[in-house]
Ligand binder design. Sequence first.
Ligand code: FNR
Length: 361
Amino acid sequence: MNRAPDDAHRHARALLDPVHYDYFAGGAGREVALDENERAFRRLALLPRVLRGAASRDTAVTLLGDRSRMPVLVAPTAFHRLAHPEGELATARAAAAAGTVLIASMAATTAIGEITAAARSVRPEAAVWFQLYLQPEPEVTGALVRRAEEAGCTALVVTVDSPVRGRHGRDERHGFHDLPPGLAAENMRDLPGTAPGGAAVRPIAMSSALSWEHVRRLRATTPLPVLLKGVLHPEDARRAVAEGVDGLVVSNHGGRQLDAAPATVEALPRIVEAVAGRLPVLLDGGVRTGCDVAVALALGATAVAVGRPVVWGLAADGERGVRDVLEWFRSDFDQALALCGGARPADLTADLVVRRGGVGS
Ligand code: FNR
């Protein structure tokens, strides 16, 4: 049975330690951005086209050379072993089986080389991208990039919305600050600059000193395409194009960073306009149904990514649970595409999207 993300969420909530549940579910501040991500999709409607004679459909998209069976990727989320003992290995196998791209978090509890190996054990051509927080020391960033390259990752997703760590009220209330014994951010193990006899796992640093110069330096040191994740201002999108970045992810970090950030689907049109087709634009935040996927694509996203739904699937039923959630997204998107009269993702155009609650809007 394909379990809808909502069912997976209910199961996950019942199964997880409440402290860990709140870590995954929670957002920053008063959780306005978190709530709005989902709510903003509900304020939008789709005007279906009829009688278009679209006899067969294809939901696949190609992103920076990687083919995905559906325009729904796995967003990078930390600490999968808190959700299920098999952690990122289960997620990687499920994403590969579903034929989609996994964006593996730098804060994974499994090393990137093991994640790509798990994905390829299911499907040799499975695509895994590596999410990177640029570290203040260039040699540390460099070592992480080498690890991602050696693991066979095909793109780097640099998260730029975290000059400081988000303040998560739920974690503060629970006093949840560290992984339990036995779990660690494995990509951070044995990096340069780790003092002999010191802690083998470096903490992930957030730095407000990062600038476009760091992105330039990164691009000079790797042949991999570089996407920036967490861009919401159209001027930053234009700058990214000028800097030669390869793609953008419109994201507010699932409402976990700036609580006053807009819902991502509301920020999307201006980013799409600024980019004017020069880069693929992805979106994450609050995508819960195939209709949400269709709305985002109609507004100009090339694809979306889902964070919490994948974690809920993982907590509910491991690899099987993630696979169910991803397959459900594929079939629910296929259904929405058909009902809109489309044959392929590109058939979803901006004229299909209207606001709810307004006549003639
Ligand atoms: C995240 N996100 C995230 N982003 C990132 O770049 N690196 C990371 O390590 C994490 N970790 C993380 C942990 C958890 C528990 C969550 C919920 C989110 C943000 C993530 O990539 C994505 O932007 C959001 O999750 C998308 O929103 P939805 O789909 O969860 O609503």
